[in-house]
Design a binder for this molecule. Sequence first.
Ligand code: SF4
Ligand code: SF4
Length: 348
Amino acid sequence: MQTVMISPAELDALIEKWQTYYAVYVPALAKPAAATTDWAPGWRRFVEGEPLILPVGPTPASVKTFYFPQPETLLSFSLEENHPDKGAMREPVKSQGMQVVLGVRPCDAASVLLNQLPFIEDPLYMANCQRTALVGFTCTSRLSTCFCTEMGGSPLHSAGLDLALSSLEDGFILEVLSEKGEILVAGCNLVPASASDMAGLTARRQGAAPGDSVQLQLLRSCALNRLYEAPMWQALGEACINCGACTFICPTCFCFDIQDEVVQGQGRRIRYWDSCMFPLYSQHTSGHNPRGKKLQRTRNRFLHKLKYFPDRFGPFSCVGCGRCIGDCPVNIDIREVLSDLVRCTELE
Ligand code: SF4
Ligand code: SF4
């Protein structure tokens, strides 16, 4: 790993260079007026010469759209007589070209590592990982809804990024963290970071590296299954309207469904985002629904993040980006749910 200094002008030049070889995406602060292929939900193609503007805190949409597109064509087929694809399922030709996602925050970079745990054997997901380079900016300020530090992360973390930029007064420290990062800076004549700049970054990181918070330690140590019938789920289930906004905006939610659709004789099998907050999501073909009540679905969302995912893979499935807090129409706040769970464990 190399660590260099880079001025704002050098960064601009680097981005322009990437543009000639790769598809470079930046956060879209507004939706485009017309349909365009240069747009992924919440992100858009960088336009040469424009200033790079990043919102404070997490980007409006998470980076999961680059790994787990909405929707994603898995196979195509034809129902037309005499069509060469009649009776055959064809895999679509996927782009192999590298895409660079610019402006990723540490919480989202952490979410990419988390999502690789369930998708590790999914060839489409992993192919998207191979061709996506993440260029991130560590955070110098935060929103009132940010709580990465409470979830074991940090505004200054760089895990999951290929290149990490941390601002200094007159430029950035640029950390090259992977082979993809090496490719992105190949041929650039960049000055190694000075010992004092590195010491400053290390000191800031040490001050901001929390590890598991007291709340998380308590949740890890207690048998959350004992809280399955806790009264708090009743109140949450009543408040939640099961709109699913929290799950779509969440970088670590990955429920999906697969359907075949046919338009004028041409079909495709698509994978699209689904939500455990929707009653149909868990309904069996028999009509039985193990999560038929709002309370059951709301409880499942939180226990998936705090109990089922850690039981299976180790880490909690929440990076503390706070997007679900900002987007919930009835103001359900996962930080309050965490505190309520901890209170319940203390009362036990
Ligand atoms: S956004 Fe709020 S109301 Fe909608 S499903 Fe999520 S918790 Fe429920
Ligand atoms: S549960 Fe909420 S705070 Fe946690 S990662 Fe998902 S959107 Fe972010």
